[in-house]
Design a protein around this ligand. Structure first.
Ligand code: AMO
Length: 441
């Protein structure tokens, strides 16, 4: 028998004999008939084994859920059609002519993954990740995730960004703070990259526009619904900007392109979660100091005056939705005290910076801003943070030898999917998540 086809292709083969490969998700015996619900990466379809095929029956009688099998069979329209009269694989069945077992499970699945809703708590879901991923609703998360990565890369490329990969084993921590992992590197200490920040800026000074889809490590010691210790960052850096507005405009364009693509190609996946696509309207920009005022006035929420916490972000998310109808908002002009040393201070008030956070449905999905590109100013800024410029020699070389005004962003890929589908935890949007307690599977 010839080439394997996918179940989704069977409607083109009604009345013909085809070869399929996949998993049995359910077995049903009806008198002398045996039915299998059968699926591959594309779809599911019903297999029927008729009593006049004793050699097929003798193989089929052993088969249970999750057996991997090859099937040669006749594609037939099922007696019942749906109202539209439209032929889809769901309306077809495969009358089995030959059957072979490719892989025989040694035990029964502890969780029936063929159900449409699994109702598992997060721990059980993640402990059994290796096979729970076979569930169709869970697979939908990662189909959308793949579409997100594809569209981000495509949108960056069409805007003239070059794709780069930067090292993840570093001699020093890039983002400061305490949330870095120290590792043993031969006879020295090294750090796992908290971001590609310095390297994307170096690459920018040669290529003007670069982007990276890369692993980011953060030693966050907390259990929250929006942090993991290893995530995938969608970073970018762009040269020759007039101001931070250019950076926000480019990021907004890319975000909207992702939204459109998911709307066009991800409807089935969204449907599993009853999720709606964000409206495509201009993203409002609010100064952080204004956001602090809004929280006080509208929500009676006090902040420390400098930054807003996750509850505040949620409230601002609600506020922009009701005021502007937007699922997104840029918060701008963060105080220099809470931004990294590389942030460009505002001209009118150097206590503030030309930086932003992008919130989506009340959670931060990106941080970015204009960077300091002047050598002396950068040395000054490093010193003001109590750091030693000597430690940043390689980084400073970028600016010693001439770098244009530039800026960029770091966008958290998993948080986008989490908020898009309304998942309770970011961990559901990570294939094999890592948190304080979890290193397996
Ligand atoms: P920042 O530290 O804000 O900025 O990170 C950028 C974005 O990454 C995501 N993120 C996380 N996602 C999951 N788990 C975590 N522990 C986690 N930490 C951060 C968020 C966040 O908005 N170098 C700057 C970016 C830049 O200015 O270009 C940076 O790393 O979505």
């Amino acid at each position: 028998m010839g080439k394997r086809i996918l179940i989704s292709e069977t409607p083109q083969y009604v009345g013909e004999v085809v070869k399929l490969s996949g998993w049995v998700s359910l077995r049903r015996d009806h008198g002398k008939l045996i039915f299998f619900e059968f699926c591959d990466r594309s779809e599911k379809v019903q297999l029927v084994i008729l009593p006049d095929k004793p050699e097929v029956i003798s193989i089929a009688k052993d088969i249970r859920s999750e057996y991997v099998i090859d099937v040669i069979g006749l594609v037939k329209e099922r007696p019942r059609k749906n109202e539209s009269g439209h032929i889809v694989a769901d309306n077809l069945e495969i009358e089995v002519m030959e059957l072979s077992i490719i892989s025989r499970p040694v035990g029964e699945l502890p969780i029936d993954v063929s159900q449409s809703e699994l109702h598992l708590n997060l721990e059980t879901l993640l402990n059994n990740r290796t096979f729970v991923l076979r569930n169709k609703k869970i697979r939908a998360i990662f189909s959308l995730y793949s579409l997100l990565l594809e569209t981000y890369a495509k949108a960056c490329r069409t805007r003239g960004f070059l794709e780069i990969k930067t090292p993840k084993i570093l001699s020093a921590a890039t983002e400061g703070g305490a949330n870095f992992f120290k590792i043993k590197y031969f006879d020295r200490e090294a750090y796992l990259a908290q971001s590609p920040q310095f390297y994307k800026q170096a690459a920018m000074s040669a290529f003007e526009r670069v982007f990276e889809i890369g692993t980011v490590f953060r030693a966050e010691p907390h259990f929250t619904t929006r942090h993991v210790n290893e995530y995938t960052g969608l970073d970018a850096e762009m040269g020759f900007i007039n101001s931070v507005d250019d950076v926000m405009m480019e990021l907004e364009g890319i975000i909207m392109e992702i939204v459109r693509e998911i709307d066009a190609r991800g409807k089935n996946e969204l449907e599993f979660y009853g999720a709606s696509i964000p409206k495509e309207i201009a993203i409002p920009k609010i100064r952080l100091s204004e956001a602090v005022e809004i929280l006080k006035k509208e929500y009676n929420k006090e902040t420390d005056g400098e930054d807003i916490d996750s509850e505040g972000e949620k409230m601002i998310g609600e506020y922009v939705l009701k005021t502007y109808g937007s699922d997104f908002v840029f918060l701008t002009h963060y105080p220099a005290a809470i931004r990294p040393f590389y942030s460009m201070p505002s001209k009118d008030n150097p206590e503030y910076t030309e930086t932003f956070d992008l919130l989506f449905r009340g959670i931060e999905i990106a941080s970015g801003g204009q960077r300091i590109h002047e050598y002396e100013m950068l040395i000054d800024s490093i010193r003001r943070k109590g750091l030693d410029p000597e430690q940043f020699k390689d980084y400073l070389d970028i600016f010693k030898y001439g770098a244009p005004p530039h800026g960029g962003w770091g966008l958290g890929s998993e948080r986008i999917i989490q908020k898009l589908l309304g998942l309770g935890s970011i961990k559901e949007a990570v294939l094999f998540p890592r948190d304080v307690k979890r290193l397996t599977p």
